[in-house]
Design a protein around this ligand. Structure first.
Ligand code: NG1
Length: 419
């Protein structure tokens, strides 16, 4: 966990927290907050629906983030208010077994880290907190994990304790399953471990981050469909179903392989499979032993893994065109084989290409949310204009354009700072 103080050049005024500080006073008996905990969202550049299969991903953290102004309490109660009126105040007692709120309630994203950290560290003191966020909700930019990480850091800080960064990321990935989503570990890892100016290839079991400098003249543009991919509702079912289908696909492959081919592996995992077989053999295995949706899911997962490594190479070589081609291939695979795209996502991807992007793809789980497109500074204006005119012209949408269409700035990981 990084810890940065006012005297190192940053303060709550710089973070636009004057109004939230006032709101904190109002919500919590006139007492002032002592610190704020911040955790960034992320845009995944490539490697989609691979993390929960133990396979690599390539995200970078965003400047947009969740912030929690907080003040430690003497007792074991957590009270959390939110500047967004959609999310009413929640209050609960810390324990190793915190009863969940109804599915989809934002309180579960507070309880998830609190229950996990109490289980890990024993009885803890609670806190009063006020959440603000510059991340759009349910947009595939991981506002949920940013909230989980921001709460975890605040709680650790309130208890004057720390957990090593990668351990905390792994704990929080497990913890977030409290909310009912069978997610992977990408979001928590990048929110905690990101380095400004860099993307990271994230590998799992054990968790590792390999930093890659983002070439200074690459521009990753994020564009929101304005359709929320609510992981509290049907999108969660569809997401969990993909996870189960991937497990079923590998179970069938495992059964079909001879003993000599799987020797030494107790339960064959995707990382073992991709390490043992070439992509040609993997595709052949899929075609021989799988059909229908299971074949599509399997084909996406193994080809996407190869694309992650190739994209890393393209980024290191500053080969923008090669990276773009891989993004396009990823989108096509997510659309046709993984079936997580939507007409709105496809429309934005098509517009981005019309606007001269080197490549474009849906980012995050899909079913709505955002796309990410890659371009250079010379083509940026044209791309932004094409997206704006082609998608955001309707005066009906209530968003500020800069909140839903922006250039992603590769940012650093989470921190706690003094107010
Ligand atoms: P989003 O859509 O940003 O919540 C989700 C998962 C990731 C990963 C991607 C798909 C959670 C918290 N996040 O991201 O772990 O599986 O989908 O690549 O479940």
């Amino acid at each position: 966990m990084h810890q940065r103080k006012d005297n190192m050049g940053s303060s709550w005024q710089d973070h636009g927290l004057s109004a939230p500080v006032e709101a904190f006073h109002e919500a919590f008996d006139g007492l002032p907050p002592t610190h704020f905990s911040r955790a960034p969202g992320r845009v995944n550049l490539i490697g989609e629906h691979t993390d929960y299969n133990g396979l690599p991903v390539l995200p970078m953290a965003l400047r947009q983030e969740v912030r929690i102004l907080f003040r430690p309490r003497e007792d074991g109660t957590v009270r959390m208010a939110n500047r967004n009126p959609e999310f009413p105040i929640r209050s609960f007692s810390l324990s190793e077994d915190i009863p969940p709120d109804p599915a989809g309630d934002w309180g579960n994203y507070l309880k998830a880290p609190c229950q996990a950290l109490t289980g890990l560290l024993g009885p803890l003191r609670g806190l009063d907190g006020l959440v603000t966020s510059t991340l759009p909700v349910a947009s595939g930019l991981s506002s949920s994990s940013a909230l989980v990480i921001a709460v975890a850091q605040a709680l650790l800080h309130a208890n004057e304790t720390q957990v090593p960064t990668l351990d905390l990321a792994e704990e929080m990935a497990r913890a977030e399953r409290y909310t009912g989503t069978q997610g992977g570990g990408m979001d928590q890892a990048i929110a905690l471990g990101a380095r400004a100016g860099h993307a990271s290839r994230v590998e799992f079991d054990p968790l590792r981050l390999y930093e890659i400098p983002v070439p200074p003249d690459w521009r990753f543009v994020v564009a929101h469909t304005l359709v929320r991919a609510e992981k509290s509702g049907w999108a969660r079912e569809a997401y969990n179903q993909r996870n189960q289908e991937c497990q079923e696909a590998i179970r069938r492959i495992r059964m079909a392989l001879s003993e000599s081919e799987v020797a030494g592996t107790e339960a064959l995992t995707y990382p073992e499979l991709t390490a043992r077989f070439s992509i040609k053999n993997l595709l052949e295995l899929g075609r021989t032993h799988l059909s229908g949706p299971l074949l599509g899911r399997f084909r996406h997962v193994v080809t996407e893994t190869l694309r992650v490594y190739r994209s890393e190479e393209a980024m290191r070589q500053e080969d923008l065109l090669a990276f773009g081609i891989l993004m396009d291939a990823s989108h096509e695979s997510l659309r046709a084989d993984y079936e997580v795209s939507s007409p709105e996502l496809d429309r934005l991807v098509a517009l981005a290409r019309e606007g001269g992007a080197a490549g474009a793809r849906l980012t995050g789980a899909g079913f709505g949310g955002c796309v990410v497109a890659l371009t250079d500074p010379f083509r940026l204006d044209r791309l932004m204009r094409t997206l704006e005119q082609g998608y955001y012209r309707s005066p009906r949408h209530p968003h500020r354009l800069r909140d839903v269409l922006f250039v992603a700035q590769p940012s650093g990981g989470a921190s706690v700072e003094e107010v």
